[in-house]
Design a protein around this ligand. Structure first.
Ligand SMILES: Cc1cc2nc3c(=O)[nH]c(=O)nc-3n(C[C@H](O)[C@H](O)[C@H](O)COP(=O)(O)OP(=O)(O)OC[C@H]3O[C@@H](n4cnc5c(N)ncnc54)[C@H](O)[C@@H]3O)c2cc1C
Length: 449
């Protein structure tokens, strides 16, 4: 059974993505070793992104539990080291109005509150653990790309502020131009809080160093190749260099999930490629050409949305859908497409060169909400995944929930909609076909306006 949907190019754990974040992370030293020989611990964590690192930090710090984490690449190799750095609310594969229709107002509100808590948790970790993650911006802008989309944002504003308890403001196109920026696709915007931008790799490495300081052991370049259960009930996890025996396991590999390690995780996620380009620093005149004065991370209202933000050194970051194969040629085509879109939306930047390009995997689930829990058939295996491209806060928060669950022996008060594994994808081998069909339909709806 092949466990990977995309080209091998996406799973080269020994090669860092040449991202802007890798180039600007500063001191990347993390006191992590490669697993060798035979080790044991109370809790083993597979996957060294925000989910796994947050779980390690909270287990070691709040419960004094002997925890070891195994990461296939270097710490932060996965999406946590190469995302857009939006610490925003989201986490689902549907908009908020659809979410309310799907699960009802009460459950949607409960989930939204957890998203607010999750943003605040990232802030608290920054402050309490001394993690310098270069905060930038203090709200998220959702920018209407058509007049019709602006009407939708007004409905969102009403729902968020009157029913979901989220702080939000609505701005007309003129107000948006005066206070934030202008573009060829700017028909007004919705601003939501709490939200901020950060340097995702610095945050990831800071989280790792905090976990180590609090007593967790981190192993990088330690890909888990096999995972068995011993007769005595313990887990035996093998890498190329060693084995780890553990009483409990947290499985936190999200979009890069190896599906062959345990049958329960087969076909639980649909990994989707997201890609980013970053320009050279914009000059003052170039910023003025589009009245750009905001630091807030922003998205547009397309179904296949773009996310963008000015970076602290005046570079412009623009991200969006990747390709659906992972082949190097398709990857290059994605960057060309993204650059063309950027320059169509902001024609004043037609001459601005792009200097960084990279991509990575996010994870969707069949239920379109995150999946958090422990296995029905084995309550010593915990998991958290499926943040739908919104993991800076959600993955951090999930890691803490799993740590609290294990540390206290009781399931924390999770929103009902994220509990458990959710739906499995039927016809699992054809998942990329669903994805392509979904992209084609959404692109058509976006073109229709
Ligand atoms: C291009 C891009 C832009 C994004 N932008 C944003 C954004 O702006 N804001 C936001 O909130 N979210 C964003 N996301 C999503 C966010 O990055 C993820 O939701 C989050 O990082 C998930 O964290 P994680 O720890 O669960 O998974 P990851 O960070 O992906 O970590 C999983 C780790 O598991 C490891 N692994 C896999 N197999 C094995 C194995 N067999 N043994 C050991 N380790 C293994 C991988 O190497 C990987 O490092 C973006 C994602 C991408 C790709």
């Amino acid at each position: 059974m092949s466990d990977r949907l995309y080209d091998d190019n996406l799973y080269r754990f020994d090669t860092p993505q040449a991202s802007y974040w890798e180039a600007t992370a500063g001191d990347t030293a993390v006191n992590a070793t490669t697993l060798t020989g035979h080790e044991s611990c109370d809790v083993a964590i597979i996957g060294g992104g925000y989910t796994g690192l947050s779980a390690a930090l909270h287990l070691a710090r709040d419960y004094n539990i002997d925890v070891r984490l195994l990461e296939a690449g270097h710490i932060g190799w996965g999406a946590s080291g190469r995302n857009g750095g939006f610490c925003t609310m989201g986490g689902t594969g549907v908009g908020r109005r659809e979410l309310v229709k799907m699960v009802g107002l009460e459950k949607a509100r409960e989930f939204c509150q957890s998203q607010v808590d999750a943003v605040e948790l990232v802030r608290e970790i920054g402050a309490n653990e001394g993690v310098e993650y270069q905060t930038f911006g203090s709200a998220e802008l959702d920018v209407a790309h058509t007049k019709r989309a602006f009407r939708g944002l007004k409905d969102d504003h009403e729902l968020l502020t009157t029913k979901l308890g989220i702080s939000a403001e609505i701005f007309t196109a003129d107000e948006c131009r005066e206070r934030f920026f202008d573009s060829t696709e700017q028909y007004g915007a919705l601003l939501t809080r709490p939200t901020f931008g950060l340097h995702p790799l610095r945050y990831c490495l800071g989280l790792a160093n905090a976990a180590i300081r609090r007593g967790a052991a981190l192993h990088e370049r330690s890909e888990v190749l096999a995972w068995q259960k011993s007769d005595d009930g313990s887990h035996l996890i093998s890498t190329a260099g060693g084995t780890l025996k553990a009483g409990k396991v947290i499985f936190s590999t999200n979009g890069f999930m190896p599906e062959n390690l345990r049958p329960e995780f087969h076909a639980r996620t649909l990994p989707v490629i997201s890609a980013i380009i970053v320009t050279r620093p914009l000059t003052a005149d170039e910023k003025a050409a589009h009245a750009w004065i905001t630091e807030h991370p922003s998205i547009n209202s397309r179904r296949i949305l773009n996310y963008f933000r000015l970076l602290p050194d005046n570079r412009f970051m623009f991200g969006g859908r990747g390709n659906s194969t992972g082949h190097p040629k398709a990857e290059q085509e994605t960057y060309v497409r993204l650059e063309a879109m950027l320059k169509k939306i902001w024609p004043g930047w037609a001459g601005v060169e792009v200097e960084y390009r990279w991509h990575g995997l996010i994870a969707m689930t069949g239920s379109l909400v995150p999946s958090i829990g422990c296995l029905d058939a084995d309550d010593s295996v915990y998991f958290g995944y499926g943040y739908h491209g919104n993991g800076v806060n959600t993955a951090t928060w999930t890691g803490k929930q799993l740590a609290d669950w294990i540390g206290s022996g009781r399931m924390p008060a999770l929103p009902q909609i994220v509990q458990g594994m959710g739906r499995k994808y039927p016809l699992a081998r054809h998942r990329l076909k669903y994805l392509r069909a979904g992209i084609a339909l959404s692109s058509w709806l976006d073109r229709r306006g």
